[in-house]
Design a protein. Structure first.
Length: 202
């Protein structure tokens, strides 16, 4: 196995990040959507405004050689106001009004962020690289950085049945809440989500 390096996210990895996230969560993104994975990747690249300069995010990638094989994005403060113009009507024309509207709603209902918490918005590892500790390395890295910034905990939400929950259990996350949401179920096919939290040792 090649060396896995954990690095701060740079904007040049934007497309790689989107591709990895959609590949990892394709069943949720494509559920009730008449869109291909490539369509969703293109749409997200147009509407997402995530940059390395945004101090409200803590963002790391895992690389094997020159390939991005893992990514984690943590919201840990006020997000800068986006200046990116979203060509909504062009997206409606290209992909259909209902498809775009449904995708926008899907992205919004997946948000369970409490502004007072540091929250993992997404963590994804290349399917062929799973089970090698990459997800744990990414989480350990952000924990160190968050503690250096004075934060005391980290939260996440995981879908019921997701095997990643075992990883979170092993590295100290505790279940704090269960969310049963009919809108999430309608849009993602998953009704129950577990909120987990890890308190950092002082």
């Amino acid at each position: 196995m090649s060396q896995i390096n954990i690095e701060k996210y740079q904007d040049l990895y934007f497309e790689d990040m989107i591709s990895l996230i959609v590949d990892s969560f394709n069943s949720k993104f494509c559920y009730r959507q008449k869109l291909t994975e490539d369509d969703i990747k293109t749409i997200l690249s147009v509407i997402w405004d995530i940059t390395s300069e945004d101090t409200g995010y803590l963002h790391y990638i895992a690389k094997e050689d020159q390939h991005v094989v893992g990514v984690i994005l943590v919201r840990c403060g006020a997000i800068r106001k986006s200046h990116k113009k979203t060509p909504v009507f062009s997206l409606f024309y290209l992909y259909g009004f209902l498809n775009i509207l449904r995708l926008f709603f899907k992205l919004s209902v997946l948000e369970v962020h409490d502004p007072e918490d540091c929250y993992i918005e997404h963590i994804a590892v290349n399917e062929s690289m799973r089970g090698q500790g990459i997800g744990a390395k990414l989480i350990v890295q952000v924990e160190k950085e968050l503690q250096n910034r004075g934060f005391s905990s980290l939260t996440l939400a995981v879908a019921k049945g997701n095997p990643a929950k075992h990883l979170y259990d092993q590295i100290g996350f505790k279940e704090t809440d269960i969310i049963n949401n009919r809108y999430k179920y309608y849009l993602t096919g998953i009704k129950q989500w577990k909120v987990m939290k890890k308190e950092f040792k002082k």
